[in-house]
Design a protein around this ligand. Sequence first.
Ligand code: R1P
Ligand code: URA
Length: 368
Amino acid sequence: MGSTPLTTPACRPQARWRPPRLSPNTARARCRPIQRQRHWQTACSAAGAQQDAAQGGWGRVYRPGKTDITDANFPVDGEGRTYHLGTKRGEVANRILSVGSEKRALMLAEYLEPAVPGQGLFMLESSRGFLTITGRYHGTPLSIIVTHMGMANADFVVRENRAVVEGEMAIVRLGTCGALQPPARLGSFVVADPGAMLIRRNPDAFGLEGEQSGVPPYTFSRPIPSDAALSQALQHEAALLLGPEGVCCGLNATADSFYSSQGRSTAWFDDRNESLLADLLCCYPEAVTLEMETAMLLDLARCSRGSIRAAAGVIALADRTSNDFLGADRTQQLERAAGQACLAALAHTQLDDTWGPHHNGSTPVWLL
Ligand code: R1P
Ligand code: URA
């Protein structure tokens, strides 16, 4: 349970990322949303999802139909579409912005250009409600994906996208979080640099046997590192848009629930979490934020045999000391600004993303 020494952001080498020469004014100016008529319709084919789109408007949402699945180990349908996200090769870009909600995804999609000029954004919603939006950000192919909540959903998003994307990938999570202590404050954008650790509820601690055996009700993992260069790019871009005072970095704590594993109390359940946050800060005095997905993203990137680079930034909307919650308008403003910082960091990250030889003859939506 001991904390591993962590590299401070200042000591980290800048691998494969150079800050673009951009003044704060230019950065703000380039961030105007693209005027786009909002109309969501279903299209019956992926090709229709692009071709039927109004000129310069939103793409139609493609909702793939039900087809038989093969391969119980890694289920895909006859078209090569993954079981939960429903996408296939060519529909997802190497650079992915993962967000928790559809509202956030659609708001940030306003900053994307269509993958093919004159057509709409590529939009696909799976039967499980995962929405994938592919377009370009300042010319670079990029996908925004609604990941929903929790580590199991983050696992679907990382693994099923890895299965349909050619070459190296970069994934950035834009989320919201609870602030544990300064420098994270209500309204801060906090980059998970040096990374994230994981808090898990342990069912063996509950029930009669658990009570007798003295098993701890919650366990803490060691920290999992984020990609240093991508995290640094995120801090740089966010500082341009939010001002340096609006951005900070620190260790994130990813919990396996919003309530008990984040130290929230309700009278209805015996959660034994009264000392959880104090224990966390005792073990990890550098922990600043609490949320529910980042550790899974970073762990999978670490285990991806070098094929995925990952980073995360979260907006602090719940102050766990004062019990204050950020207002809706301010949250939305921050989502827009931080979201653009994430898009810019992804777009400026160099990847080996050549459309390789394993694409089964299909053309990616950004090359059609
Ligand atoms: C809980 O309210 C959700 O908010 C946070 C947590 O990680 C969890 O998913 O992130 P998002 O705003 O990205 O969903
Ligand atoms: N998301 C979380 O997971 N926790 C919070 O406190 C706020 C947002």
